[in-house]
Design a protein around this ligand. Structure first.
Ligand code: ATP
Ligand code: MG
Length: 399
């Protein structure tokens, strides 16, 4: 006897009404895709849940992969047996013996198949007794057991599951369309990308790069961050914008205190062009109210003027400590804190305007024709596809 299935519960998705079918199919595809390296594995849908058929594979690496898939609420190892009381007893005992450091247990039987001759309550007692007589030093605790053995007697078979492993929750990536993530090398924007993905968004990334002021290593850092984000979704296209000329022009021609605001407006304009060409309907940034000069309400208002695309700002209300916590959990923190320069830190104006105004930004911009440099930047975009590696795993040690 051994665990031969993994039971997948998808919780919140059950509330999604008409879209539910599409969500479930996408989740099934996403799971299949992440497990494509394991031969012979099947992902099956049944009412309200999914099962992975292990076909002899070690469940541990598979569970670890599933822990990074949005849309999975929780998972459990399961054994499928015939609707036969003796088989169910045997499987329950196996599940109990497989538990680590178990001193107390509880059995919960759910009889969905009313043709099964023993009612749930009675079956609870039958199994409890069987487990107590076949083990030593273990007792029943119905309130706070170390291990709960769940038995579901369904039409086709009975499933025996024990410990519950938490999943990431959220919605399956790809069910909420695409967004263009403005990805710097900092701590915030990768976290923003992760949180957008959590709501089912597939992301592409755009990065503004200013060689030789920003180095190849700074660019590689951004590609590495994108690679880390693929753990939670699919391959990510990263659009690298050659920003040097436009940025120099801005800092040469514009009043120093407005240069940063206008640089951000240019970033938005270029991002919108990429959205348009890639059929992306929104942008996502790591902006967070009140952190720095570019992130005051006035600043956001002035920068936002140049686009009417929705901008998703998942971090807007978070404290820095909360952002750092997520960044550590998702594995991007160590890369983010590498000290390579960013285009925004190289050209820092001496005294950026913390309360810029739309009218002034428009007035200053009208003095210089940026068209050529802007077109040059757009035409020079290099797109790099970051493929999800099949051997990555975020939390190797949790199981
Ligand atoms: P982060 O930690 O993400 O770098 P930050 O706290 O440094 O953010 P800002 O420098 O004001 O804040 O940047 C705000 C947002 O603008 C970033 O979160 C990111 O989405 C975007 N951004 C900044 N610089 C770049 C860049 N070089 N390329 C792409 N997007 C950028
Ligand atoms: Mg930054």
């Amino acid at each position: 006897m051994q665990y031969d299935h993994i039971l997948i519960r998808y919780g919140e998705m059950a509330l999604k009404g008409k879209n539910i079918k599409q969500f479930i199919i996408r989740l099934q595809e996403n799971i299949q895709d992440k497990l494509r390296d394991f031969s012979n594995i099947k992902v099956k849908r049944t009412q309200g849940r999914m099962f992975i058929l292990l076909n002899g594979h070690d469940p541990e690496p598979i569970i670890n992969k599933c822990k990074n898939i949005f849309g999975i609420q929780s998972l459990s190892l399961a054994i499928k047996v015939k609707n036969d009381p003796e088989k169910i007893k045997e499987a329950s005992l196996y599940a109990l013996k497989k538990g680590k450091n178990v001193k107390t247990f509880k059995v919960s039987v759910k009889r969905i198949n009313k043709d099964f001759p023993i009612p749930s309550q009675e079956m609870n007692q039958v199994l409890g007794k069987h487990l107590l007589t076949n083990t030593e030093g273990i007792s029943v605790d119905v309130h706070e057991p170390d291990l709960e053995i769940k038995v579901e007697i369904r039409l086709e078979a009975a499933y025996i599951t024990s410990s519950v492993v938490q999943g990431l929750g959220g919605l399956p990536v790809g069910t909420s369309g695409k967004s263009l993530l403005l990805l710097s090398g900092g701590i915030d924007s990768p976290v923003a990308g992760y949180l957008a993905m959590k709501r089912g968004v597939h992301i592409e990334a755009i990065h503004f790069h200013s060689p030789p002021f920003t180095s190849e290593r700074a660019k590689q850092k951004v590609l590495d961050l994108a690679q880390q984000l693929t753990k939670y979704g699919k391959s990510i296209n990263v659009h690298i914008v050659p920003f040097t000329k436009l940025q120099q022009e801005i800092f040469r021609e514009m009043p120093n205190e407005y240069a940063m605001t206008i640089m951000r407006r240019m970033m938005m304009r270029i991002s919108e062009r990429v959205c348009h060409s890639q059929e992306i309907l929104s942008m996502t940034t790591g902006e967070n109210l009140g952190q720095v000069a570019s992130q005051t309400m006035e600043s956001m208002n002035t920068i936002n003027e140049v686009t009417n695309y929705p901008i998703i700002r998942p971090l807007i209300a978070m404290d820095k400590t909360e952002i750092i916590k997520i960044s550590r959990e998702i594995g991007t923190y160590e890369t983010s804190i590498l000290p390579y320069e960013d285009c925004c830190t190289i050209f820092v104006p001496k005294s950026p305007k913390t309360k810029p105004k739309r009218e002034k930004a428009n007035l200053f911009e009208a003095r210089t024709d940026f068209t050529d440099s802007l077109e040059e930047a757009v035409n020079g975009i290099e797109t790099i596809k970051i493929t999800a590696k099949t051997n990555q795993c975020a939390y190797e040690d949790l199981f």
